[in-house]
Design a protein around this ligand. Structure first.
Ligand SMILES: Nc1ncnc2c1ncn2[C@@H]1O[C@H](COP(=O)(O)OP(=O)(O)OP(=O)(O)O)[C@@H](O)[C@H]1O
Length: 949
């Protein structure tokens, strides 16, 4: 049994050993596997540990790559943005303060936004930060950095100023806390009215005014045609309105009204160029409002909250004041004028217009560049021009005359021009020594007529006569208006007449006969001239001129065309004060009697300087018709010369034929005045009687010295005494027929004037008597007159005899005796007695039965009928009366007199028949009042001729 056991043991052993072996082998295998797994794990772990480093590197690489790309892109974009900003905000809108200077927008250019600082991104150029203001919006500044806000405000204002033409930007400040201190640097602008302040209580008024401006601009400037001034400027290239910036710097809580108005401005202002620049007052959330917050040296724009802006420094104070001063100076100097040539048609189109229906001519350009025209015709028929001295009235008259004269030929248009103020600028329309040209349309130029209102009257009388002539012609042709008359009488010469009277109030000043008659004539011309093509243009710098008319509403009503220069008063209707804000060299043209609706603003070109004007005048002068004659020039400061007087030139002995084209034609009568017209055909220039002595028919058309009747002609010779103040250079003449009273008394102490009158009388008489056929006896009793009297004596030659104090008695005795001889009168004898009153002593002495004074009285009484005429100078009225026999003596032997420095009241009814005592005569240098009782109703002012050469 042991074997079995043994066997079993062996077997178990063997089995165990197998199992052990297998286990071991499995263990070994497991161990090996474990080791392998562990190795794998380790390797995996190792590998896993290596993975993040690679990914990070990749990520970093990618990030770095992206960053490079992004940086370049930002740099590129920043550069582009900076370039775009420079384009958007060029010149003054964006450049640094170093080298900064104004660069106003050019025609049609938009002002663009304004730079306030820069945005800086690392690695890129600084990008200008811009805010829109002009034509674009409003800017609201806020933030804790008060100094930063102030600097930004100054920068914005200076940049805006630099983008506007001088005067095209106006600032109004409201600074209740610092009373304008916040805008102190801009103060020089106020000298040109470009900066105004309202006081602490003035915000409502300021806002009301802005709202009014916006409404006005919308209504009258944009007028539904444009949405904004920017659009208008882009379309037309012009900006009719300035930019207005209201700078509002804090203050109390706004009232409801103020808040409402502020909101309106914020909403609607930008389109009308009305802008707000505000700190310390809330602005509504409107698209046009742009907000800038300045904090701690950094600014933030509401449109880009993530981009901090580094604000520009404040502009240097000196730059601000200097710029403002320069702008103010430029504005005060006025805008550059538009060229006069803009008013003229092209050279080959001159004188092409027809004036039958009226006269139309541009006077300047309007806000949109369209020409503004002036019309004279049936409506409006007459014009009133007003403006204080120096505002351009004279220039406007030149511009208007030039514009008309270039369009209408002299057959279509004639001018008469009178200047009551001192100055000679209108003289250039007439022929001068310096320039032989004249304006072919000009018929009459009166300058320096300030003391010779009679000259104005004479012009009005002339025009009244022309009006009558036209009305008669119209009646004959059974028409009523000039246009119709021209149609039915195409060969007739019916130009429109434009009569310009500068400072016309002088004519209407005072309450004398001249003023009364002038006003009556003006009224008649204004009322009836319209349909006959006679147009009045009255200019005045002085409100009194207008007031002179104001008392005559019917007269004023005819002047429907009003032209107001800057600051003109009362030219426009009462509530129309547009002229008060008019810039220099502009005018309000209003054809609606001055009502606001008719306002048209025109910029007037410079026309009156010598070069500009003479170019046109020379051109038109070269185009003149062959028979054109220069205008008559009346210069109140000039002394006429006898030897140049047409009437003197025309004088010749009786029976001698007048030369062809004699004095009358040369005297401008034939050439200037339309046939059959002229003051000489109607009332004399000073009183309603024919002007020339001896006018024996209504409107006797003779010059004073009509040659055919001179010398010993039927109506006797004529003594010329001086030039009449009238539209022609006529002479006042005293007829000396054989009739009682045909003597002349010269009265007053003016030695030179008295000598001039006697000299002209004697020389003109001399011309009518061939040598040896007349006697001239000269007695001079005033040493001061000796030179003049002797010069006359020399000139009269052998027919003259000289007497002095010693032998004047003999002269009178001999002459008186000669008169008593009976029979036919002998040769004419003219006694020229200088200061005869000085001979009272000598003449008082009795020679024979009579004294010298008796002889003198005898000669005065009986001489004229025997061709012995006394032309004597007494140095006072009373002295003459004594010589004539005392205060109660008759004076009819003095048929005519010339009063010099003698008051009108001294010329009592004995010398000046008619109602109302003496004449309206106020003595003035080198003028006399001539009265011939046989032909005059009133006295006639004359200008003595200057000393003969
Ligand atoms: N539109 C203009 N453009 C440029 N210069 C002008 C213009 N109008 C006037 N001036 C200039 O201004 C000055 C004054 O003008 P002007 O003599 O016409 O004024 P006025 O109103 O007639 O003055 P016054 O009544 O004192 O004679 C002149 O030197 C003239 O050349």
């Amino acid at each position: 049994m042991p074997d079995l056991r043994t066997q079993l043991v062996d077997r178990v052993r063997s089995m165990l050993s197998h199992a052990l072996g297998a286990s071991r082998a499995r263990l070994t295998a497991a161990r090996t596997e474990l080791d392998g797994a562990q190795e794998r794990l380790r390797r995996i772990r190792d590998a896993a540990a290596r993975v993040p480093g690679r990914v990070g590197a990749e990520r970093d690489r990618r990030v770095a790559e992206l960053s490079d790309r992004y940086g370049a892109e930002i740099g590129r974009l920043a550069t582009e943005a900076a370039e775009a900003a420079a384009r958007e905000a060029p010149g003054a809108a964006g450049t640094d303060w170093t080298g900064w200077q104004p660069t106003p927008v050019v025609r049609g250019e938009a002002p663009g936004p304004l730079r306030i600082g820069t945005v800086r991104l690392p690695g890129s150029v600084p990008v200008p930060a811009l805010v829109p203001l002009l034509d674009a919006g409003h800017v609201h500044l806020s933030g804790a950095d008060r100094g930063g806000c102030d600097a930004m405000l100054a920068a914005l204002l200076l940049r805006a100023l630099g983008r506007a033409d001088p005067g095209a930007l106006r600032l109004v400040g409201y600074d209740p806390e610092h009373l304008g201190g916040g805008l102190a640097g801009f103060a020089p602008l106020s000298t040109a009215g470009l900066l105004t302040f309202v006081g602490p209580g003035g915000l409502a008024r300021l806002l009301d005014d802005l709202v009014d401006q916006i409404r006005r601009i919308n209504e009258t400037v944009l007028a539904g045609e444009y949405a904004s001034l920017r659009e208008l400027a882009a379309a037309t290239g012009r900006r009719p309105e300035p930019w207005r910036i209201a700078v509002l710097l804090g203050g109390d809580e706004l009232s409801r009204h103020e808040r409402g108005q502020l909101d309106r401005v914020a909403r609607t202002g930008a389109a009308c160029g009305v802008h707000l620049l505000v700190r310390g007052i809330e602005l509504p959330d409107e698209p046009d409002v742009h907000r800038v917050v300045v904090d701690d040296g950094t600014a933030w724009l509401d449109g880009s909250p993530d981009l901090p802006v580094r604000p520009d420094p404040a502009p240097p104070a000196a730059l601000v004041t200097e710029t403002c001063r320069e702008v103010a100076t430029r504005v005060n100097a006025g805008p550059p004028p538009t060229p006069f040539s803009d008013l003229l048609p092209p050279a080959d189109e001159m004188w092409r217009e027809d004036s039958a229906a009226g006269l139309v001519a541009p006077i300047g350009d309007g806000p949109q560049g369209r020409p503004v025209t002036l019309t004279l015709g049936d409506y409006p028929p007459h014009a009133l021009i007003g403006g204080p001295s120096g505002t351009g009235k004279t220039n406007l008259i030149f511009a208007w005359i030039g514009s008309l004269a270039a369009r209408y030929s002299p057959a279509e248009l004639e001018f008469y021009l009178l200047d009551f103020k001192e100055g000679v600028s209108f003289a250039r329309f007439a022929q001068g020594r310096r320039d032989p040209s004249w304006l072919p349309h000009m018929r009459l130029v009166g300058i320096n007529v300030n003391t010779d209102r009679e000259f104005g009257l004479a012009l009005l009388r002339f025009l009244a006569e022309e009006l009558r002539r036209r009305a008669d012609a119209a009646k004959r042709h059974e028409v009523t208006k000039l246009a119709e008359l021209r149609a039915v009488d195409p060969t007739g010469r019916w130009p429109r007449i434009v009569a310009v009277v500068d400072e016309f109030q002088m004519l209407l000043a005072g309450r004398d006969a001249v003023a009364r008659e002038a006003a009556d004539l003006l009224e008649d011309l204004a009322r009836r001239g319209r349909s006959q093509g006679i147009h009045l243009v009255l200019a005045s710098q002085d409100v009194r001129g207008i007031e002179a008319l104001w008392g005559r509403p019917a007269l004023v009503a005819q002047f429907t065309l009003r032209i107001a220069l800057p600051k003109a008063l009362r030219i426009l209707a009462e509530r129309n004060d547009a002229a008060q804000v008019l810039p220099r060299h502009h005018a309000i043209v209003n054809a609606e009697s001055g009502m606001s609706e008719g306002n048209q603003v025109a910029r007037i070109p410079a026309a009156s300087d010598w070069g500009t004007w003479s170019d046109l005048q020379h051109r038109l002068w070269r185009m003149r018709p062959p028979d054109a004659a220069p205008a008559r020039l009346f210069d109140g400061d000039a002394i006429p010369r006898l030897d140049e007087a047409p009437d003197f030139v025309a004088l010749r002995p009786a029976g001698e034929p007048a030369p062809v084209g004699g004095g009358r034609d040369r005297a401008a009568g034939g050439a200037i005045w339309p046939d059959g017209v002229g003051p000489e055909r109607g009332a004399g220039p000073n009183g309603g009687a024919p002007a020339a002595a001896g006018g024996d028919r209504p409107g006797g058309a003779e010059r004073a010295g009509g040659a055919e009747r001179a010398g010993g002609g039927a109506r006797g010779p004529v003594a010329l005494l001086g030039e009449i103040i009238d539209v022609q250079a006529r002479s006042a003449g005293l007829r000396l027929p054989r009739a009682p009273g045909r003597n002349l008394a010269v009265l007053g102490t003016g030695v030179d004037e008295a000598c001039a009158v006697l000299d002209a009388a004697a020389r003109s008489l001399r011309r009518q008597h061939p040598p040896g056929t007349a006697r001239f006896s000269i007695a001079c009793l005033d040493p001061d007159a000796d030179t003049a009297a002797r010069s006359l004596y020399e000139a009269l030659g052998a027919d003259a005899a000289w007497y002095s104090e010693d032998d004047i008695g003999e002269l009178m005795a001999e002459t008186a005796d000669g008169l008593g001889s009976g029979g036919a009168p002998g040769e004419p004898h003219y006694l020229l007695l200088y200061a005869v009153d000085a001979a009272a002593g000598q003449l008082g002495t009795t020679i024979g039965r009579r004294s010298g004074l008796d002889h003198l009285r005898h000669v005065l009484h009986n001489g004229p009928e025997r061709r012995t005429h006394t032309l004597a100078w007494w140095r006072g009225v009373a002295r003459m009366r004594v010589d004539l026999g005392g205060p109660a003596s008759r004076t009819d032997q003095i048929g005519a007199w010339v009063a010099l420095d003698v008051q009108g009241a001294e010329l009592t009814s004995a010398l000046y028949p008619g109602a109302g005592g003496g004449p309206d005569w106020y003595p003035r240098p080198w003028r006399g009042l001539f009265f011939d009782r046989s032909v005059h109703r009133t006295g006639q002012v004359i200008i003595p001729y200057g000393p003969s050469r």
